[in-house]
Design a protein around this ligand. Structure first.
Ligand code: SAM
Length: 241
């Protein structure tokens, strides 16, 4: 079994530590996210939303929504309802303000949702998106199993996750960037020193590529596909129920 990496290595559960960490970094999350990825994260979310467009989803769940960027991107598909669900209220508060500012709060709402025990009936959603969230789940298979339960048959899932490139020279560049530059910038701009060292540590123990698609299929999803994006820095997964 993979080693469990937690934000603060404290006595609290991984979930409590993750919630606390994202509450701490919420005010600077959007700025640092776009800055540290040089804006490429927007392209990744756009691609992921394109992958669910063909089923014309009307009801979408953006799980681990954080500040709601993935949820906002999905509005392009003109759904009737998008729910952004997360365990960090501070992250969602940033998302709520964004929804009001963009005048989309009638379609996009935020609610406290723990991936491992979701407050939704079976088969509720046409599509589910998760951006950079699954790595933070305390019990990965339980969270993915819940996603399968609340997705309708024929529904689609799009998952983005930070990944470690496999080949030279991206693998070496990734190492320098994620282990030295990112923690330094994170320390300067974010209130949480641990958050940006937790990131590469958690990526290093998280199942990637075929290992992750095997888990998706084990919990019941079909046609799980892995696509590396931007030289393998980002892993993009799709699957269906
Ligand atoms: C890196 S942020 C990603 C935010 C957003 N999806 C994006 O694309 O930028 C990860 C989010 O996952 C949330 N999260 C972690 N564990 C969760 C769980 N068990 N259930 C719901 N959300 C969770 C965190 O609170 C955090 O807001």
């Amino acid at each position: 079994m993979a080693k469990t990496v937690t934000p603060y290595n404290s006595e609290e559960s991984k979930k409590q530590q993750v919630e606390q960490m994202f509450d701490n970094i919420a005010p600077t999350y959007d700025f640092l996210n776009h800055f540290l990825s040089a804006g490429i994260d927007r392209i990744w979310r756009r691609k992921a939303v394109d992958s669910i467009a063909s089923i014309q989803p009307k009801v979408i769940l953006d799980l681990a929504t954080g500040t709601g960027d993935f949820a906002v991107e999905s509005l392009r598909l003109k759904p009737a309802q998008v729910i952004g669900g997360d365990i960090s209220d501070q992250m969602m508060n940033v998302g709520r303000e964004k929804a009001v500012k963009l005048q989309v709060a009638d379609v996009l709402s935020f609610q406290r949702v723990d991936s491992e025990n979701m407050p939704f009936e079976d088969n509720k959603f046409d599509a589910i998106t998760v951006g950079f969230g699954v790595r933070n789940f305390e019990h990965l298979e339980q969270g993915l199993g819940e996603m399968h339960r609340v997705l309708r048959p024929g529904g689609r899932v799009a998952i983005l996750e930070v990944a470690q490139p496999e080949h030279f020279p991206m693998r070496q560049l990734y190492h320098i960037y994620f282990h030295f530059i990112l923690p330094l910038v994170g320390r300067l701009y974010s209130k949480d020193v641990r958050a940006y060292t937790y990131l590469p540590e958690s990526v290093s123990v998280f199942p990637q590529g075929g290992d992750f698609t095997a888990i998706l299929e084990r919990v019941g999803f079909k046609n799980a596909v892995y696509r590396p994006l931007t030289f393998g820095i980002c892993a993009f997964y799709t699957c269906e129920k």
